[in-house]
Design a protein around this ligand. Structure first.
Ligand SMILES: [Zn+2]
Length: 101
């Protein structure tokens, strides 16, 4: 079998969007990727797996899982480049819709 380089950006996993209960500085979301999003999110709840998520936990800020979608690190990067979590976050969309009524 010919050797083929594995492109890490093409590994299928899950991209997730976490919505913080209150803003931390300018951050209100965390977008991440993992082979198994639920495992990654469980680690984040324990303050592991990401510098930002450990800081969030130390600050006593909770978070909700706004979205989990199948995808690659490439999708994670696209969502981050697209203007951060708010545009990918159903919780923010609901809040901005209900505040317009
Ligand atoms: Zn949000």
């Amino acid at each position: 079998m010919p050797w083929r380089p594995v492109n890490p950006a093409s590994v299928q996993g899950e991209v997730y969007v976490l919505h913080f209960d209150r803003p931390f500085g300018h951050a209100r979301h965390y977008i991440g990727w993992g082979r198994n999003a639920k495992d990654r999110i469980a680690a984040h709840r324990a303050g592991r797996g990401s510098r930002l998520m450990s800081v969030i936990r130390e600050a006593g800020i909770g978070f909700r899982v706004a979205a989990i979608m199948p995808g690659t690190r490439e999708l994670e990067r696209r969502l981050k480049n697209r203007g951060g979590g708010a545009r990918s976050c159903p919780i923010c969309h609901e809040e901005s819709c209900s505040s317009m009524q």
